[in-house]
Design a protein around this ligand. Structure first.
Ligand code: SF4
Length: 76
């Protein structure tokens, strides 16, 4: 099966990208912030359900690198 590449989940202050092909299902994300990472919801990542700093911290804990984040550019 071909890897479709990362998907983006845009929030107002932070965008989370998820590469399903790299996910090891370690569940650090769903344990860390269940209100943002909810595998029973569609979309399963809702960055605006927590503060951008908390989202960034949990994304950084992803052991596989499947999750990445991009901060929205702060207003000048
Ligand atoms: S923390 Fe990373 S590897 Fe673990 S389930 Fe979430 S996305 Fe997958």
């Amino acid at each position: 099966m071909s890897d479709p590449g990362p998907k983006s989940y845009r929030g107002s202050d932070i965008t989370v990208t998820f590469d399903a092909g790299r996910c090891r299902h370690a569940a650090e994300c769903v344990r860390g912030l269940p209100e943002v990472f909810d595998v029973s919801a569609r979309p399963w990542i809702t960055p605006d359900n927590a503060g951008a700093d908390a989202v960034a911290e949990v994304v950084a804990r992803c052991p596989s690198g499947a999750l990445q984040y991009i901060r929205a550019t702060p207003p000048a």
